[in-house]
Design a protein around this ligand. Structure first.
Ligand code: ATP
Ligand code: MG
Length: 417
């Protein structure tokens, strides 16, 4: 099939918006006689006039051939082999054109090489199936993604029911793009989502978890969780949270995520505080019920025990948080009741604990003051005490840096999860 080609007068992507390292990777591959293009989310974001998070390259060169061209590059993935070309901290991901499987089963093999057209046909949504050629400055479209972007429509490439059954994580990705770019879902794609939503539990839990955590830190967590509930995916993944959303449509968890979204747009936040923001109102509800049942034995130690089990129970049972993350989220939830004690005892001379999660707990408390201004005096007292103690301690800073250096294993189905 002949692709539709769009020139600079149409797409208006100026060359200086293309990452210089991605451009260098493409030029090097081409000089060695291979085909190479920018592909996927980067092209989509440029057309939407947004700054791409990452630039991915698709090429006719096999992974070993790519590796041989770039010193220090790494072959990664077993199920979906690709090459990470590294420039300091930056990574350009280079994948070889491959063909998808036309059967309706779950994808089992991903390293069947193909041509450009086959490579886009295996991708998820039309808006993610565009190539950009930086030499000719053209956008190459085999799937109608360019016009869909203009019309702001999200549509699967291929028959939507089959595409969701092959890889149910695509349903979460659909909600993610809908939330992030405020797009409309095509009629057939939406019908397929509603009929396949239960199949989400067939996917690898780790891949779903990664998409959910990435959305928490995306700056669009509020619309994402709202839509996850509206389209019925939350009901399968986090049933307790979904029940709470159903009985409280304008709920406090969404309001807290709105605060977190605004904060994340200014500075990166640890995933633990975002998890705590999502779970806090439901956790408090649970805790108050327990406290009513057994008022005499309620102290911070009890809150901590409750928090540890609540995080795993409310986030699960399908999604399993890494131990470090769930215990940090539990500590942040517990500290909410240190900052404002359950028995409303007046605070005299508060002493912030030297726990590395405490500054995050205070930040979550600050989000809560935007929804409940009568909490402000509590926040003010603890913020001042923390300032006097010169928190956060260096340990917290170190942990944050370590997390950022972790290589990105995203939810690409093919990343051998
Ligand atoms: P983001 O901006 O969140 O990174 P993205 O679209 O770039 O969004 P990635 O996970 O980086 O998402 O994937 C890069 C590309 O790989 C996508 O644009 C899409 O073409 C393809 N892709 C990713 N996940 C899938 C999937 N589950 N099924 C088919 N194609 C996928
Ligand atoms: Mg991407």
């Amino acid at each position: 099939m002949q692709p539709k080609v769009y020139f600079i007068d149409d797409h208006q992507i100026s060359l200086d918006k293309i990452d210089e390292h991605a451009h260098y990777v493409i030029s090097t591959l081409r000089r060695a006689g291979h085909k190479a293009y920018l592909v996927g989310g980067g092209v989509r974001d440029l057309l939407l006039k947004q700054r791409p998070k990452d630039f991915d390259v698709s090429t006719s060169a096999k992974p070993e051939e790519v590796k041989a061209l770039f010193r220090g590059s790494l072959l990664i993935g077993r199920r979906f082999r690709l090459v990470h070309v590294r420039f300091g901290k930056k990574i350009i991901e280079v994948s070889t054109f491959r063909a998808g499987e036309a059967t309706s089963d779950l994808i089992v093999r991903d390293n069947i090489w193909g041509n450009e057209e086959e490579d886009v046909l295996r991708r998820d949504f039309t808006i993610n199936g565009l190539f950009y050629d930086p030499d000719a400055q053209t956008v190459i479209d085999y799937v109608g993604g360019y016009l869909d972007l203009e019309k702001r429509i999200l549509r699967t490439i291929g028959e939507p029911k089959m595409r969701f059954s092959q890889d149910p994580v695509r349903m979460i990705r659909l909600v993610k793009f809908c939330a992030r770019f405020d797009l409309n879902i095509d009629h057939d794609t939406l019908a397929a989502l509603l009929s396949c939503k239960g199949e989400i539990l067939k996917s690898a839990s780790a891949r779903v978890l990664e998409e959910v955590l990435r959305m928490l830190e995306s700056g669009s967590a509020k619309p994402f969780f709202h839509l996850m509930h509206e389209y019925g995916l939350l009901q399968s993944l986090m049933p307790d949270l979904a029940d709470y959303f159903t009985s409280n449509p304008d709920n406090e968890a969404l309001a807290l995520l709105c605060e977190a979204d605004a904060a994340v747009r200014k500075e990166s936040l640890d995933r633990s505080i975002l998890i705590a923001a999502l779970l806090f109102p439901l956790f408090r509800h649970r805790l108050l019920l327990r406290a009513q049942q057994n008022p005499r034995h309620f102290h911070l130690g009890t809150v901590q025990e409750e928090a540890l089990s609540a995080v795993d129970e409310l986030f699960g049972p399908f999604l399993l948080l890494p131990r470090r993350l769930s215990s940090m989220a539990a500590a942040i939830l517990t500290s909410q009741f240190r900052i404002q004690p359950l028995d409303d005892r007046p605070l005299k001379n508060p002493r912030p604990p030297r726990e590395y999660t405490f500054p995050l707990a205070l930040k979550l408390f600050k989000f809560r003051t935007a929804i409940q201004p009568d909490l402000l005096p509590f926040y003010a007292i603890w913020a001042e005490a923390s300032y006097d103690q010169n928190l956060p301690p260096p340990e917290y800073e170190q942990r944050r840096k370590r997390r950022r250096r972790r290589p990105r294993y995203d939810s690409n189905p093919m990343h051998g999860t």
